[in-house]
Ligand binder design. Structure first.
Ligand code: GTP
Length: 378
């Protein structure tokens, strides 16, 4: 993996970090601050202080104002922090200027999320996708004197005739990106074969989507009895896992767990994970899992719908699954819309409340889809 020397995973040494969150009056400051704090702890980093601020727009050179940067520097010194994390996207120039001024490593929101993704990717495909996204992010940050890729990729003889260090780095990076893209095309082809055989076998394909930490993996495990990693961390699941679900209906259901969505999911990631999310795009039904106990649940539903639109999955019928009702006053139930279609379910994946209702509802949906396909064939 290409990386700048000394710039490995942020969580590798459980670093202490100063967080910087600036309010631009967009209205979601508190939620976004809570989210970055969760992201930071998911990355294995300890947030030792938060520097707040208010601005109309970012400063082009330093993102924050000079006085604010001084305040960050004081906080870094007071807490002996090794890292400053901005809850914003920084340009390469801003990142560099800040690192010079603060004399410590500075990363932005996208880098932090990429780092968590790198720590979590398990499958071959997931790892390839994360590396591609990281290289994409790194490519914009390649500047003279900053990278020493040759050292990590064999050294002697790597530099072409008349090439500067920067040109060599760019060439090596381009080469690696090409290899990764080729590998991903192969994996996508294998996936397509699996998908075709499922659709021939009359399987209703259902994808779990939802805000990160909503409880998708827990629900997936409960419904399929699989052993997928569920943790109180963001993005515990990165790789799509697909399993058969048994229902009372004759028609089968295949359920896929997918990566959690988040507000302002970096574009490089949406692009990199398009292949993983393909499972979602091609699903017959989406189970949109919502943390019913979160006061922020409506905004989270909206954030998920924004990403679904971005990946072209907004026209797929959704069944909203309000999870974690054990933490609320809601009772387990399944509700239909005005046309009689099952539209909402209230469950607890952890306690098991409402799971049978949900399983039956999925069986009914699969049965209905199977019947209509038989009619279509006849
Ligand atoms: P990402 O991988 O980040 O997208 O998360 P996820 O949506 O797959 O969530 P996951 O299943 O990992 O659950 C997140 C946390 O919520 C874990 O600590 C679960 O134990 C907890 N959780 C899941 N379902 C329930 C529930 O019904 N009730 C309660 N109280 N906690 C739950």
């Amino acid at each position: 993996m290409f990386d700048r020397p000394g710039r490995g995973s942020v969580g590798a040494s459980s670093a202490a970090a100063v967080l910087v969150a600036l309010d631009f009056g967009e209205g979601d400051y508190a939620e976004s601050l809570a989210e970055i704090q969760l992201l930071v702890s998911s990355a294995g980093v300890t947030a030792c202080a938060v520097v707040h601020g208010k601005r109309d727009r970012p400063d082009s050179a330093l993102y924050a104002g000079k006085g604010k940067v001084d305040q960050i520097a004081e906080s870094v010194a007071a807490h002996q922090a090794q890292l400053v994390i901005f809850n914003h996207d920084l340009s390469p120039v801003q990142e560099r200027n800040l690192e010079k001024r603060l004399n410590c490593r500075v990363i932005d929101r996208t880098s932090l999320i990429l780092d968590i993704f790198a720590q979590r990717a398990r499958s071959h495909e997931g790892k390839l996708q994360v590396e591609l996204a990281q290289l994409d992010h790194l490519a914009t940050r390649l500047v003279r004197g900053w990278t020493h890729l040759e050292r990590q990729t064999g050294g002697v003889g790597m530099r072409g005739p008349g090439e500067t260090q920067l040109e060599t780095d760019r060439r090596l990076l381009g080469k690696r990106v090409k290899v990764l893209k080729e590998k991903l095309v192969k994996v996508a082809a294998q996936r397509a074969v699996q998908r075709r055989s499922r659709s021939r076998a009359h399987m209703l394909s259902v994808s779990l989507v939802g805000y990160t930490n909503a409880g998708k993996s827990t629900l997936f495990n409960r419904l399929t009895r699989a052993d997928v990693y569920a943790a109180d961390q963001l993005f515990a699941t990165l790789d799509t896992t697909t399993r058969k679900l048994h229902t009372a209906s004759a028609a089968g259901v295949v359920l896929s767990d997918t990566v959690g969505f988040i507000r302002r999911l970096p574009h490089t990631l949406v692009a990199a994970f398009r292949a993983t999310l393909e499972e979602t795009v091609r699903a017959d039904i989406l189970l949109h899992v919502v943390d019913a106990s979160s006061p922020d649940r409506d905004a989270q539903i909206e954030a998920v719908n924004v990403v679904l639109k971005e990946i072209g999955a907004d026209a797929i019928p959704q069944l909203l699954v309000y999870n974690k009702i054990d933490l609320t006053a809601f009772v387990a139930q399944v509700e239909s819309d005005e046309c009689g279609n099952i539209a909402r379910a209230w469950i607890s994946a952890q306690s098991g409340q409402g799971l049978d209702l949900l399983r039956n509802a999925l069986g009914q949906l699969a049965g209905a889809a199977f019947d209509s396909s038989r009619v279509a064939v006849a």
